[in-house]
Design a protein around this ligand. Structure first.
Ligand SMILES: C[S@@+](CC[C@H](N)C(=O)[O-])C[C@H]1O[C@@H](n2cnc3c(N)ncnc32)[C@H](O)[C@@H]1O
Length: 221
């Protein structure tokens, strides 16, 4: 009994740190996520074309591993990262020090709900393992839509959704209950993005692993 309470307490603390890394443990978590999410991110990014002149925004950049990946591709464009965790921002800035110094990367403390960017600015907005924690998905998706250029794309890459793989689905449900966060079916993703204004929605599933990548395009006006 005491051991299962200990396990629950540990898992709860872990979810809290993943939701918003803080302090020394948060630094370890943010760095750990760079490694732990690398394969998932690589798979997700294989579904979208990135040109060297793109402006890219990574929302909930955590330890900055994906910003670094983008920075290795972008030549004439710029990569911006935002996160609402001061700890994550610090780790992200350390990981991307060279690219910040050469002007390719900028990282800010901000929330998805109020993005500090002009309308129609980004070719790609990405969110890896982060949409779960957004406070108001319909509004937050519209905020992302605002900062995308016409024909710009949102890409969400997630481990854990309501998939057909029962084992993975149950695991995802367990974590979402513990962390009180959102998880959806592919149809619900499609609905959410459509309602926010996105079109050409593409959904890729890696059923064995329980991974999903969702891409939506901003309408051409
Ligand atoms: C699970 S981590 C993922 C980090 C990184 N994207 C990765 O794949 O390794 C979620 C990150 O999103 C950030 N985050 C959560 N909700 C946010 C929000 N509303 N606005 C900005 N950042 C948020 C957290 O602080 C955390 O760093």
């Amino acid at each position: 009994m005491a051991s299962s309470r200990f396990k629950m307490g540990f898992k709860q603390k872990l979810v809290n740190q993943v939701r918003k890394p803080s302090g020394k443990i948060g630094r370890i978590i943010a760095k750990g996520m760079n490694k732990g999410h690398a394969k998932l991110a690589k798979w997700g990014l294989s579904k979208i074309k990135i040109e060297p002149n793109y402006n890219i925004l990574d929302i909930g950049c955590g330890g900055g591993g994906n910003i670094k990946h983008f920075a290795e591709i972008i030549v004439d464009g710029k990569i911006y990262g935002i996160d609402y965790s001061e700890t994550a921002i610090c780790v992200s800035r350390e990981v991307n020090k060279i690219y910040i110094e050469n002007g390719t990367v900028e990282i800010y403390n901000a929330s998805v709900s109020s993005l500090p960017f002009n309308d129609d600015f980004f070719n790609i907005v990405s969110g890896f393992e982060v949409y779960y924690f957004w406070p108001d998905l319909p509004k937050d998706l519209k905020e992302i839509y605002r900062v995308l250029k016409p024909k710009g794309k949102l890409i969400l890459v997630n481990e854990g959704y309501l998939c057909n793989n029962e084992k993975k689905r149950k695991k995802a449900e367990k974590w979402s209950k513990l962390g009180q966060f959102h998880i959806h079916t592919p149809e619900e993703y499609n609905d959410l993005l459509t309602k926010a204004g996105f079109s050409n929605i593409q959904i890729f599933e890696e059923n064995k692993k329980g991974w999903i990548t969702v891409i939506g395009m901003k309408e051409i006006r």
